[in-house]
Design a protein around this ligand. Structure first.
Ligand SMILES: [Zn+2]
Ligand SMILES: [Zn+2]
Length: 439
């Protein structure tokens, strides 16, 4: 490795953007220089999670698809491994190929999934470049007009890039753009979505995930168009229908049925993804888990479950924090989302409130029991230090109570804790309990 290359790599490694910018201005510095493992400065910057540096390198012509790494890693793979969604997106936007595999046959999305960077997987799986959409904004062949009016490309691209597949959110995105929220525009967008869907299926490296997403978007846009034709309320009625919960528990029946219908209407029956989705959704009774939305979301974005993050009850956006002040059991992005949901949530809010209060009382009771157990254990430990390991009959009954209590407790708090069930003929010793309790 030459001296100049070494200097560039060190500067990139340290993340000194100013110095890197100066260096890249010199004529004997090559932006795509390689280190001894075949890594470019861009790969280093992506792996280290330095967004500013990546941006600078790309501006200076860094090759995002350079594939000289000794194990075939690309800059996109390093971005995925870093867990930085902004850098992953930047690489994709710069034209990174998503289907390149490394020496162990893994794509960037698979590498990111392997190390648990699921947000990056989502970004990769849902990337659809603006250039691919812009193709439809130019007349092709004998066409006099393009299939997609250029002014619609921006708002449509925003919907395509969204990783939130909640139909309420999609309708909100349509509604917020007056250009898009009219029947003719929606029909054109729908047609383009169907064409892309077809292309994804028929192209050589078939992309069923993207095809399913395009089809789903087309269905939602179609629904918007049919509501706009029938009603004068600018899609408010559609949002309401999608949010309306059934009386018993607030489960949004219309939304569930709509998403199931979208899946069923996927035009390519042989697609493996379609068969997988149908297998997961069909046996589930409407109202039970998993919902069609969660199955579809997992298939398309790779997001597993809706457990570890807070999602808005109305629109499904991640990162919602505002709780309903009465029941405290549902969360929203903001007041708009809450207001939108209130007409249906108000029917179950009180029940949810009672449920929460009951849970609160129970957890308070449990905490008291915990304290009691803690006290017993301390007493026992003291006794173990002072005397031999045998215990009296009264202590034994206390222990039995304790064991009983802990067994019930086990289910709630210490799922990993194994309690040895004692043989009636050989009563437990203090030590026996203490080691099994591990308190
Ligand atoms: Zn929301
Ligand atoms: Zn509430």
């Amino acid at each position: 490795m030459c001296k100049v290359t070494a200097v560039v790599l060190i500067v990139v490694f340290l993340g000194n953007v100013q110095e890197a910018s100066r260096l890249l201005g010199c004529k004997d510095v090559r932006v795509n220089c390689l280190d001894e493992y075949g890594m470019t400065p861009l790969m280093h910057a992506a792996y280290k999670g330095k967004a500013d540096m990546c941006k600078l390198l790309l501006q200076h012509g860094a090759d995002v698809n350079c594939n000289e790494h000794e194990h075939g890693y690309t800059a996109l793979m390093f971005a995925g491994l870093s867990g930085k969604t902004d850098i992953t997106w930047m690489m994709l936007d710069a034209g990174a190929e998503t289907d390149v595999v490394n020496s162990v046959g893994r794509t960037a999305a698979q590498m990111a999934a392997f190390v648990g960077q699921h947000d990056c997987v989502t970004v990769i799986n849902n990337f659809f470049s603006r250039a691919r959409l812009d193709y439809y904004t130019k007349p092709q062949g004998l066409e006099k007009e393009p299939k997609l009016p250029p002014k619609l490309a921006g708002p449509l691209h925003k919907i395509i890039m969204s990783t939130n597949l909640n139909p309420v959110k999609m309708v909100m995105l349509v509604k917020e753009n007056p250009l898009l929220a009219e029947v003719e525009a929606l029909d054109k967008c729908r047609r383009v979505m169907e064409l892309i869907c077809e292309k994804c299926i028929k192209q050589q490296d078939m992309n069923e995930v993207l095809a399913m997403k395009m089809h789903y978007i087309s269905c939602v846009l179609g629904k918007c168009a049919s509501f706009l034709k029938d009603r004068e309320d600018k899609l408010d009625g559609l949002i309401k229908s999608l949010l309306k919960g059934r009386d018993s528990d607030g489960f949004p029946m219309y939304q569930e049925k709509f998403i199931r219908e979208c899946i069923r209407k996927f035009p390519y029956c042989d697609a493996t993804l379609l068969q997988q989705l149908v297998r997961s959704v069909a046996p589930v009774e409407i109202g039970n888990d998993p919902t069609a939305l969660s199955v579809l979301t997992q298939a398309i974005t790779g997001q597993v479950g809706f457990m570890d993050a807070e999602f808005c009850t109305s629109c499904g956006e991640k990162g919602a924090e505002k709780r309903c002040s009465i029941c405290k059991m549902v969360i929203y992005c903001n007041q708009t989302c809450q207001k939108m949901h209130w007409f249906t949530h108000k029917k179950v809010c009180k029940n949810l409130q009672e449920l929460r209060e009951k849970q609160d009382t129970e957890s308070a009771k449990l905490r008291m029991q915990q304290n009691k157990v803690g006290l017993w254990c301390r007493c026992l430990r003291k006794k173990q230090q002072e005397t031999e390991e045998t215990i009296t009959e009264s202590e034994c009954s206390l222990m039995t109570d304790l064991l009983h209590l802990l067994k019930g407790w086990n289910n709630y708090i210490y799922p990993g804790m194994v309690l040895v069930t004692c043989d009636a003929n050989s009563p437990p010793t203090v030590k026996h309990f203490l080691t099994n309790l591990a308190l």
